[in-house]
Write a protein that binds this ligand. Structure first.
Ligand code: ARG
Length: 460
């Protein structure tokens, strides 16, 4: 059996049960690139500070290059008895370059090493998520461009409310994703500080240069407090919180599209390429990708909750519990990326059913609020106009017709304020035209929004 890197004071080796229970190599090998990146920066700094010789540093850097190549090519053998990614790489480096490798861990602990790796990893993951958010925004804007002028029922309480342009609804999702992106960018600022050199918790008496490693790794600055540096995982909590909010946005989008794809709504049809069938019912074509977007949001929220609970009782500074931070982080990122990608693909492969939507529009008196505004324009207090239009609606309900089908006489029997021009306000097309407030569903306002996104996202 190989001696542990920390084995000096031990007389017995750990049991197999303990070894299996405490290992993290099975999942933290995902950090290898960033671990090697950190080691390169650390070795170069040690040499410049005279803590190791230039030739030791050269040996270390050469060895790290070889190890990275082996891992990239799947030739590297990961060993459970070497516990985690840090010790696997350090031990392999020693096998490869001998004595020089034993100097790499000078003024470093796995405690500062692991959170340096994780910060670097998260920074890259975050940048990738941002690019996928942009990609989905582009898909939604393009979908909006394809559906100019299409009016759909807008809902509140899932009951018919007011007519809106479909473009307006699609751009609402784009806005939400924009805030998701800005939350990530904000979180990135705080991720980007360097714990390396905090060592176990107290720093070191050796003359290291933390500013040099921080710079080399592209961090804003070294973290000011070594205890804080190794003990907090708030940067991942924040990252997973941001992911959770994105996941909830996508889940709502998923719910809406699943609903709209139903026979009852029939507002959209997904292409076969983004649908799946049933093993028993031959006729079925299900919108599974979006159902799973809705379903997988649970994992993302669960990952955040796992991590919150993990951190809640930890005394300062490092505790081994923190090894449990990685799997939720990896899972959250992998899941949110899948959700973003499949949502974009779905958006590229659906058609809105104009006829079904148009046939559905007359129901639900979507123009009632516009009619109330008409009376306001004639000088009536809104509360009174609300009441009058309510009575018009009641008349429609009892005679099973739409507001625009009420004759002027009938309207006037409810209020003498109604005039010939009232019909310019009735029906969904007329109704939508009346919206002019900033951010409203009126076609000019919506095309302004659309132009904004086309320019911002560089769509041509
Ligand atoms: N695998 C450990 C982790 O993920 C690395 C740090 C271990 N530190 C220690 N003192 N045992 O947190």
């Amino acid at each position: 059996k190989e001696a542990k890197l920390w084995g000096g004071r031990f007389e017995e080796s750990v049991t197999e049960t303990v070894e299996k229970f405490t290992e993290s190599i099975s999942f933290d090998k995902a950090l290898y690139k960033h671990d090697i990146m950190g080691s390169r920066a650390h070795a170069s700094m040690l040499a410049r500070q005279g803590l190791i010789s230039e030739s030791d540093a050269d040996g270390i850097l050469r060895g790290l290059g070889e190890i990275e190549r082996q891992i990239d090519n799947g030739e590297f053998v990961w060993r459970t008895d070497r516990e985690d990614v840090h010790m696997n790489i350090e031990a392999a480096l020693t096998d490869l370059v001998g004595e020089a490798a034993k100097k790499l861990h000078t003024a470093r602990s796995r405690n500062d090493q692991v959170c340096t790796d994780l910060r670097l990893w998260c920074r890259d993951a975050l940048d990738f998520i941002l690019s996928r958010i942009r990609h989905l925004q582009v898909a939604l804007v393009k979908l909006a461009l394809k559906n100019e002028g299409l009016i759909v029922p807008g809902y509140t309480h899932l009951q018919r409310a007011q007519p809106v342009l479909l473009q307006h609804l699609l751009l609402a999702y784009v806005e939400q994703l924009e805030r998701d992106a800005s939350r990530l960018l904000d979180c990135r600022e705080r991720i980007n500080f360097c714990p390396l050199g905090a060592c176990a918790l107290a720093g070191t008496g050796l003359p290291i240069d933390r500013f040099m490693t921080s710079d080399a790794l592209g961090f804003t600055a070294p973290m000011r407090n070594s205890i804080d540096a190794v003990s907090d995982r708030d940067f991942v909590l924040e990252f997973l919180s941001a992911n959770s909010i994105t996941a909830i946005h996508l889940s709502r989008l998923g719910e809406e599209w699943v609903l709209w794809a139903s026979e009852e709504f029939g507002f959209l049809t997904p292409c076969d390429s983004v649908s799946t069938g049933s093993s028993i019912m031959p006729q079925k074509k299900n919108p599974d990708p979006m159902e799973l977007v809705r379903g997988k949001s649970a994992r993302v929220v669960g990952d955040l909750v796992s991590l919150l609970v993990l951190c809640k009782g930890l005394p300062h500074a490092y505790n081994r519990d923190l090894q449990e931070d990685k799997e939720p982080v990896f899972d959250s990122i992998k899941t949110i990326l899948g959700m973003l990608e499949v949502s974009a693909e779905f958006a590229q492969n659906i058609t809105f059913n104009k006829e079904r939507i148009q046939n559905a529009l007359p129901a639900g008196h979507l123009d009632a609020t516009t009619l109330a505004d008409y009376l306001v324009k004639k000088g009536m207090p809104f509360r009174t106009s609300h009441d009058i239009v309510g009575r018009c609606v009641a008349l429609c309900v009892s005679s099973n017709c739409q507001l625009q089908e009420l004759s002027l006489e009938k309207l006037r029997s409810i209020s003498p304020v109604f005039d010939e021009d009232v019909y310019e306000f009735l029906g969904v097309e007329n109704s939508v035209k009346k919206f002019t407030s900033y951010g409203s569903t009126g076609s000019e306002c919506v095309s302004e929004q659309l132009n904004y996104w086309v320019n911002k996202l560089g769509i041509n």
